[in-house]
Design a protein around this ligand. Sequence first.
Ligand code: NDP
Length: 281
Amino acid sequence: MTQPIPQARFADGTEVPALGLGTWHMGESRKDSAAEVRALQAGIECGMTLIDTAEMYADGGAESVTGEAIRGRRDEVFLVSKVLPSNASHKGTVAACEASLRRLGTDRIDLYLLHWPGRHPLRETVAAFEELRGAGKIVRWGVSNFDTLAMRQLSAVPGGGNCAANQVLYNLSTRGIEFDLMPWMQELTMPLMAYSPLDEGRLMRHPGLGKMAGQLGVTPAQLALAFLLGRDNAIAIPKSSSPDRVAENRASADIDLSGEQLAELDRMFPPPRSREPLQMI
Ligand code: NDP
């Protein structure tokens, strides 16, 4: 039986599926783009209606593929895109957002992120985000690859308290954020977007995970995603260019891990015991 996808929630009360679609490496080759569009559409059709993209991916190519996939059905999806830190001056952020909107073929981005901390002062980027929000070009904004200290510094910037989300590397092999960043964000009802939830595919080759998945009658990808779906207010965004794998990933929502199974995962992939530096790709 297909279970509904759990929801994550923003501080403004908006709910989104906790299982979405990544797009990194899409749009890199013209010959693959039709298949990529089909994979994204397969995801939308089975309820994975949150799509994560960025101006950086294939120099805008992934946004163009996303635009193609959502054409005629914009209102069904929750669109996330990102500005490159090198573009994140006040003027540069506004220009980058407008270029992303053109490639996406839409008038608004639901969540617009600063891709990682960079050289432009945060107060400039935040001022541009707030201006874009006022103009209705973005609905809310957030950041990516920010550790707890950077999040606190952001809160101190004028308007910084309006940050709606933080997208970070999080999967079974990389659990450091569970120590401090995740609880801090949960306290603020700020969704944590888990990027590379399959460790870029490496988790599928983990012998212990493979063995446990086999015993449960699921795939390693499904087990890795089910773990993330069990976390409070985390959004996993696996990328796949294959409709079959998208369907496989969707079915991770049907898995309810018991306390004993979660403990087995903790033995294989120990949670952090102290603060760890934020890892990023
Ligand atoms: P993922 O952990 O999502 O892994 C993607 C890889 O796993 C691809 O090679 C894909 O291949 C494969 N895969 C997907 N599903 C399955 C499956 N069921 N069985 C076997 N293999 C599978 O890595 P990403 O780095 O792509 O992360 C996801 C998304 O997060 C990105 O696409 C991007 O949107 C975002 N991201 C954000 C970053 C940031 O700095 N903010 C950094 C990195 C990622 P195939 O396509 O052939 O199925």
